[in-house]
Design a protein around this ligand. Structure first.
Ligand SMILES: [Zn+2]
Length: 520
């Protein structure tokens, strides 16, 4: 039996975390004031089904104490074995149609066979069809007094508000890492699995608040270890994740401006040895803790932070706002990479950006240049510098189109940032390559400049360019030729000042290409 099922809590007192939810439920169960429709909302593996079954148990128990089921009566035991006739579990994912709900409507007229209440647990309720929801709603409006509906969902926003408003709602949060650690430790001891404290930390992290994930990882490690103690090294190897110290060293490389070391480490992290997504999430966690530390600027209240000691030396070394936007970008990159065949690329590009962004302020000169290029100047030169999807740029671009392109009226609202947004959904690699590019649109051409030669080389690739032309032409509904230019359109006015920076970038980028053997 899977550990998760073997150690599923049989009473509310055994449930770890969710204190407020437990208190409210126990009180309502004791007073008999529980609503007839309940919805448990929360991420996967946090204990929704467990709590639903506990409610069913308490409702049907012959001698409950202060809301807790006795665990001894035939009803408690039947529910524990999953054989109670009055507790029906329905998986909405596979019974999502109106027929199932109609059948349910017929069935609920029957009185409980054994217990006091007939309890319907509808798992993943958001999966029901619209018709099924309507049928369910009618039932929820006037349920027979012997019926209790317990709905569970990971995606409450997909449940119609009419259903939500008729149910007593409980939000279950992901378990705290410390609680997960305690729970895993306890079960590991019972199962005689030897695991070190450091390995427990990683495991609790990897589980992302889910008890089910934590225990299935423990099982995976148990079978990998074959009786050996599970320590950090074994865990990292078994789960293909890097030591977090490698990621923290990236910040050290940035601080020391050690480009080649930074790139070598980035390559090590995303070469395929480790799971990209898990590695990126670990990086995100480190970003998050660095942000919290930078915000607090003290080590005092840091008991909850795992990397506080290691990260504290970096506090105040990087601009807070840049860390925030990079963390946001990493979050997006994780999403983008999910749909990519070449999944390491987005992370490598992201890594380069981190280096570039965080070292940019080390030389104040380059930032002065950037500041001197005010929006008005850009506008007067008919140049759009695109940075992400900022509304200001969108406005600017619209102006551009009106002035220079004179597009058909129907195309008026097609701005570059809208184009990028739609590209992000269909062609993630192209989107990644283009999102920080500078764009100049003329009547027949889209001229593209990217500050990284790495990106330029990839964009110049004939197949890539043809594809982009095709997409652009169909989006703007006219023939457009793509030209990748070697010089920033905005740079023309300040050639001498920026020359040295660009040379540096070239060296940097060439090293990158050598290391990764990507691009051309
Ligand atoms: Zn009982």
């Amino acid at each position: 039996m899977a550990l998760y099922n073997k150690y599923r809590p049989q009473a509310f007192s055994e449930v770890i975390s969710h204190e407020a939810v437990k208190r409210t439920l126990l009180k309502a169960l004791e007073e008999g004031s529980l609503a007839q429709a309940i919805i448990l909302m929360g991420p996967r593996g946090v204990g929704k089904t467990t709590i639903a079954r506990l409610i069913a148990k308490s409702l049907n128990c012959q001698s409950p104490k202060a809301g807790e089921p006795c665990l001894n009566c035939y009803s408690c035991q039947a529910i524990a074995q999953g054989s109670h006739l009055d507790v029906v579990e329905i998986d909405a994912a596979s019974n999502r149609g109106i027929d199932e709900i109609r059948e349910l409507k017929e069935k609920i007229k029957n009185l409980p066979v054994l217990g006091k209440k007939k309890v319907y647990i509808i798992d993943e309720v958001h999966m029901l069809t619209k018709e099924a929801f309507n049928a369910l709603l009618k039932t929820l409006e006037e349920p027979p007094s012997h019926i209790v509906f317990i709905m569970a969902t990971t995606e409450a926003h997909k449940v119609p508000s009419t259903i939500l408003s008729r149910a007593q709602r409980f939000q279950l949060k992901p378990a705290r890492a410390a609680d997960l650690k305690t729970a895993i430790y306890k079960i590991a001891s019972l199962e005689k699995i030897a695991i070190t404290d450091e390995a427990l930390d990683y495991l609790a992290d990897m589980a992302e608040g889910s008890f089910r994930d934590a225990l299935s990882l423990l099982e995976q490690l148990q079978s990998y270890a074959q009786g050996r103690e599970i320590d950090k090294e074994l865990l990292l190897k078994a789960l293909a994740i890097p030591d977090y110290a490698i990621i923290i060293q990236l910040f050290e490389d940035i601080l020391q401006q050690e480009r080649s070391r930074f790139i070598a480490r980035l390559n090590q992290l995303f070469s395929g040895e480790y799971n990209f997504e898990v590695t990126a999430k670990l990086w995100l966690k480190i970003f998050k803790e660095l942000l919290i530390l930078s915000f607090l600027r003290s080590k005092e209240e840091l008991s909850g932070l795992r990397f506080a000691e290691k990260l504290f030396p970096f506090v105040g070394k990087f601009p807070y706002s840049k860390l925030v936007s990079l963390a946001e970008e990493l979050l997006n990159t994780i999403q983008i990479a999910k749909n990519q065949s070449e999944a390491s690329l987005p992370f490598i590009l992201f890594g380069l950006k981190v280096y570039q962004e965080l070292t940019a302020d080390f030389s104040s000169r380059s930032s002065q240049i950037e500041n001197s290029l005010s929006k008005e100047e850009l506008n007067s030169k008919n140049i759009v510098k695109n940075s992400g999807q900022k509304e200001a740029n969108q406005g600017l671009l619209k102006q551009e189109q009106k002035k220079d392109l004179d597009p058909p009226a129907s195309n008026d609202n097609l701005s570059w940032s809208d184009f990028l947004r739609s590209l992000a959904k269909t062609h993630t690699t192209l989107f990644t390559l283009l999102k920080d590019a500078e764009i100049e649109i003329t009547s027949q051409k889209v001229r593209i400049f990217h500050q990284f030669s790495f990106h330029r080389k990839r964009l110049k690739d004939l197949k890539t360019r043809r594809l982009l032309e095709e997409i652009l032409s169909s989006y703007y509904q006219k023939e457009l030729i793509v030209e990748i230019i070697e010089e920033s359109p905005t740079k023309l006015s300040h050639p001498s000042e920026e020359d040295r920076e660009v040379v540096d970038d070239e060296t940097f980028e060439n090293t990158v290409i050598e290391v990764f053997e990507l691009g051309v």
